[in-house]
Write a protein that binds this ligand. Structure first.
Ligand SMILES: Nc1nc2c(ncn2[C@@H]2O[C@H](COP(=O)(O)OP(=O)(O)OP(=O)(O)O)[C@@H](O)[C@H]2O)c(=O)[nH]1
Ligand SMILES: [Mg+2]
Ligand SMILES: [Zn+2]
Length: 345
């Protein structure tokens, strides 16, 4: 099967098909069953509108395949609280059948830990699963160009903590950082928390040995704002031939969205280690329950008002307001509340 339009257009095509002659008889809902891990034989490396690229376990060859139609239909018929933007994502364990240009994806295993954000669309928000079956997230920020953004960090942290993912916080472009009057860096809060923080520079090589050690044997998703240097870093860690690197705009100091879709790179042919480069996103709204957001701001947990069920929002003066990350919490809470209200209507 092949379809050259968008994923949404494909779904609509499925819906708008004329009723079959058997209309009137009760329609059976196609049965969807995830495959067992031992029945998978490939890992998805990249997702397109009409199919995927995946690495075959046996040869590590990266091959293109389309979706088996009946499988896709059954998957789409599943009732879920929040739809996924695409049927599979980078890191998914799948079964690929056939050879050459006839290869089809015929099944997907149940997923392990994933990194997701809300993705806006015409019919409300869906879940953009940026990477799945991962152990950890390498959150790449930069000291400058673009400026360090702690709200973005807190958004990704919430997504990781809700999934139980390990977090490596990387501050890249340390060559552009200058500490005036011994001022504490903007990421000082995180250095004093339980997070692993790596100050690095692709340009000078600072901190890269330690970072390589931390990703070498793991399944890692690399995430961050456009232009922070995710692909540049991966090139240093995995080899210069991968991906494309793009300059930061000199007027806005923002990246130009050089990486446009998640791409998995195998580190270990035995499928035990890989890194997924993700596209720099402008917005990152973590897919977490609103009432749980406070749990991911660990310093809020022991506040007396938290113990009394306060969500630190409704205009009542509360203990959380004096905390460093309160403005960040409030921003994320309000954007999630807006999205979840929109999706409910
Ligand atoms: N000064 C300096 N520049 C760097 C460093 N690392 C990366 N850059 C530059 O930053 C720019 C953006 O790098 P990319 O690797 O494309 O950034 P990205 O995070 O992958 O961006 P997207 O793919 O758009 O999400 C390029 O011009 C890099 O050369 C660094 O350590 N220091
Ligand atoms: Mg990139
Ligand atoms: Zn409170």
């Amino acid at each position: 099967m092949s379809f050259s339009g968008s994923w949404r257009a494909f779904k609509n095509r499925e819906r708008s098909r004329p009723p079959k002659k058997s209309a009137g008889r009760k329609k059976s809902v196609p049965v969807y069953t995830p495959i067992a891990d031992q029945d998978s034989n490939a890992v998805v490396s990249r997702v397109f509108s009409d199919g995927v690229m995946s690495y075959l376990d046996e040869t590590s060859e990266e091959v293109q395949c389309s979706y088996k139609r009946s499988w896709l239909k059954a998957l789409l018929a599943q009732p879920v609280p929040l739809k996924d933007r695409t049927p599979v994502s980078a890191g998914d364990r799948v079964r690929v059948e056939g050879i050459g240009v006839q290869r089809t994806l015929t099944g997907r295993t149940d997923r392990g830990k994933r990194l997701s954000r809300y993705a806006p669309g015409k019919d409300g928000h869906s879940a953009h699963v940026m990477a799945c079956n991962i152990d950890q997230v390498l959150l790449v920020t930069s000291a400058k160009e673009p400026d360090f953004n702690s709200v973005f960090v807190d958004r990704v942290l919430a997504a990781c903590l809700s999934e139980g993912l390990e977090i490596l916080l990387c501050i890249n472009k340390m060559d552009l950082h200058s500490a005036f009057n011994n001022e504490l860096p903007e990421w000082n809060f995180y250095q004093n928390s339980a997070l692993k923080v790596f100050e690095v520079s692709v340009l000078t090589g600072q901190g890269l040995v330690e970072l390589k050690e931390a990703v070498w044997k793991k399944k890692t998703a690399v995430v961050g704002l456009s232009g922070a240097g995710k692909t540049s870093l991966l090139r240093k860690l995995l080899g210069e031939s991968i991906g494309r690197v793009g300059a930061v705009s000199s007027s806005t100091q923002k990246g130009k969205h050089t990486t446009t879709t998640s791409q998995l790179y195998l580190i270990d042919r035995k499928r035990d280690a890989f890194a997924i480069d993700t596209p720099g996103v402008r917005e990152f709204d973590p897919v977490v329950a609103l009432e749980d957001l406070g749990n991911y701001f660990t310093e809020f947990r022991d506040l007396p008002c938290t113990q009394n069920g306060c969500k630190h929002i409704e205009g009542v003066v509360c203990d959380a307001e004096r905390l460093v990350r309160y403005p960040s919490y409030r921003k994320i809470y309000l954007s999630l509340r807006r999205i979840q209200n929109e999706n409910a209507t």
